[in-house]
Design a protein around this ligand. Structure first.
Ligand code: NDP
Length: 244
């Protein structure tokens, strides 16, 4: 049985990496999926790969007008949202002494402001019992020396989810944070030199980085009715990284 049959899902930052793996998994489980990102060519490629039931919408999550336009399209084509994954995020490596204001603003705008308004703007479209999933990170509780601001953005997301969870009953939704550890995506490969990538994998209790599909499997659980009583939770999919 396809566990997301009949559900309408929106996944931000889904033309690459973890978001793309989630979009593929949701599509395979029968959901109607809207995928977003800024690069139109990548969105076209996802539509071409997955075919019917998948729509790419160009949207910069840091731009509130883009979010309005995204949800206008979702409203017109599907009329509601059952699953919303606020996944778009960026990390910029810079130790404390080197972080620029521009880098700080870019990370907080995309990761925190973008995630918050991705959800706020979707509220009128949420179907009763909708599942909202934020992508966090093990960096929220296990900060990396080369990513201090990124870790702070993910700690902020963790805190937002706990706050939003209080309103879940009244709002008719549930909200959780899915926190990957180091995951082999182009974003991470571009971020770290090969030796640091290898060291990052070796430092995880399971001895390796995650594959995006392993994160997507948990995103299917949080989207499905199997998690109907899970609210305000953090689901770590990090090989044990946050426990050490
Ligand atoms: P990638 O860099 O591989 O992909 C990032 C995705 O986000 C792309 O689809 C990109 O599309 C999109 N994106 C980036 N900025 C924006 C924006 N302003 N508006 C809309 N879309 C945007 O990253 P990952 O797949 O590795 O990461 C995905 C999420 O998982 C992020 O939130 C990240 O912080 C988190 N994460 C990743 C880990 C890892 O090790 N890979 C570990 C823990 C958490 P486009 O460029 O076209 O906009």
């Amino acid at each position: 049985m396809n566990v997301l049959e009949g559900k309408v899902a929106v996944v931000t930052g889904a033309n690459a990496g973890i978001g793309l793996a989630i979009a593929r998994a949701y599509h395979a489980e029968g959901a109607r999926v809207f995928v977003t990102g800024r690069r139109q060519a990548q969105l076209d490629a996802v539509e071409a790969e997955l075919g019917q039931g998948v729509t790419g919408v160009r949207c910069d999550v840091g731009d509130l007008a883009d979010l309005d336009a995204l949800y206008a399209q979702v409203a017109e084509r599907a009329g509601r949202i059952d699953v919303l994954v606020a996944n778009a995020g960026i990390g910029i490596t810079a130790p404390l002494g080197e972080i620029t204001e521009e880098q700080f603003d870019a990370m907080f705008t995309t990761n925190v402001k973008g995630s918050l308004f991705t959800v706020q703007k979707a509220l009128p479209l949420l179907a009763p019992g909708a599942s909202i999933i934020f992508t966090g990170s093990s960096s929220a509780t296990r900060p990396q020396p080369y990513l201090p601001v990124y870790g702070a953005t993910k700690a902020a997301i963790r805190n937002l989810v706990r706050g939003f969870a209080h309103g879940a009953g009244a709002g008719g939704y549930r909200v959780n944070v899915l926190s990957p550890g180091g995951t082999r995506t182009q974003g991470l490969v571009d971020l770290l030199p090969p030796e640091e990538l290898a060291a990052a994998g070796a430092s995880i209790p399971l001895g390796r980085l995650a594959e995006p599909e392993e994160i997507a499997a948990a995103a299917v659980f949080l989207a499905s009715d199997a998690s109907s009583y899970v609210n305000g939770a953090e689901l770590a999919v990090d090989g044990g990284a946050a426990q050490i």
